[in-house]
Write a protein that binds this ligand. Structure first.
Ligand code: AMP
Length: 300
């Protein structure tokens, strides 16, 4: 079947309704477009599980705080639709902002506590924007399963919580982080890096891996691990570290010692580009989040 491009809620409902009537399982991959191999891995995971795959391309204004990069966020609609066609996506939903936000928005979906940590304090309103738009998209698409990347580990935990608490009948599938050859997590924002900054950005994954190795060699003290990651990041060049944190992978609350699975998460600004990454480590064994690796953090 050929790809259908929808821009309105009615078009999506009609196409998904027909697929459902035909007994097809509906898989959904929400994105902000500028598709890269990380997004494609989610689409492929959906393709394996589901016989009707929907991808949304929507740069959601409400998840950008004032002064963030909403205006300069890359927009590559034609190339994205072509990539979806190659991946045999059934339906692309690329709405204009006034389709998703009709009139003055009075309703917000807020997940507490899980959004007070890591990126939350650095991006006021960001997670409210994410959960509100994902709730809207879930209601529009009504998928059986939705696919998210572990690269945005906090987002995945927050979405899982929202889905469970609001009884959305949607299975949340979290897929491994896809990386460049030097380990940098693929991100639409990498396009903003100069070549020097791009080289420096590889230090993020290197610092996370070094921490995982220290854990594997028996280091359990979180303060020591955080200090070493910070030193590694700073040694690589000028950057502004928003946070280096080691948290429980399910509750996202800080831990003092690594006693089981733990999420090592960082957010770093190189120039004006903010990059995030994380690695799941385990006191028993090192859990790699590299692309292609088996997902080990099922809790995520
Ligand atoms: P975005 O377009 O950045 O909002 O991302 C859309 C989805 O793709 C989210 O679920 C992200 O976590 C996921 N994603 C982004 N980058 C990667 C990556 N490098 N590997 C795996 N998933 C990713």
């Amino acid at each position: 079947m050929s790809l259908k491009l929808a821009t309105t809620v009615d078009e999506v409902r009609e196409a998904v309704g027909r697929a459902r009537q035909a007994g097809r399982k509906v898989g959904f991959v929400p994105t902000m477009g500028a598709l890269h191999a990380g997004h494609l891995s989610l689409i492929r995971a959906a393709r394996v599980d589901c016989s009707f795959v929907v991808v949304s391309l929507f740069v959601n204004p409400t998840q950008f705080a004032l002064g963030e990069d909403y205006q300069k966020y890359p927009r590559t609609l034609d190339a994205d639709v072509e990539a979806c066609r190659r991946e045999k996506v059934d339906l692309v939903f690329a709405p204009a902002a006034d389709v998703m936000y009709t009139g003055e928005p009075l309703t917000t979906v807020h997940v507490a506590k899980l959004t007070d940590v890591l990126c939350g304090p650095h991006r006021p309103g960001h997670f409210d924007g994410v959960t509100t738009v994902v709730a809207k998209l879930f209601n529009i698409v009504q998928p059986d399963a939705a696919y998210f990347g572990r690269k945005d580990a906090q987002q995945a935990v927050v979405i899982k919580q929202m889905t469970a608490e609001l009884f959305f009948p949607v299975e949340i599938v979290v897929c491994p982080t896809v990386r460049e050859d030097d380990g940098l997590a693929m991100s639409s924002r990498n396009a903003h890096l100069s070549s020097d900054q791009r080289a420096q950005a590889a230090s993020i994954y290197a610092a996370l891996e070094a921490a995982a190795e220290r854990v594997a060699r028996g280091e359990r003290n979180v303060a020591t691990l955080v200090e070493q990651i910070t030193a590694d990041l700073e040694a690589a060049g000028r950057c502004k570290i928003d946070y280096v944190s080691i948290v429980d992978p399910e509750t996202l609350q800080a831990v003092d010692r690594v006693t089981g699975p733990a999420l090592v998460a960082v957010a770093v600004r190189i120039g004006s580009t903010r990059l995030i990454d994380n690695l799941l480590v385990d006191a028993g064994s090192v859990a790699s989040n590299n692309g292609g690796a088996q997902p080990t953090g099922e809790a995520l």
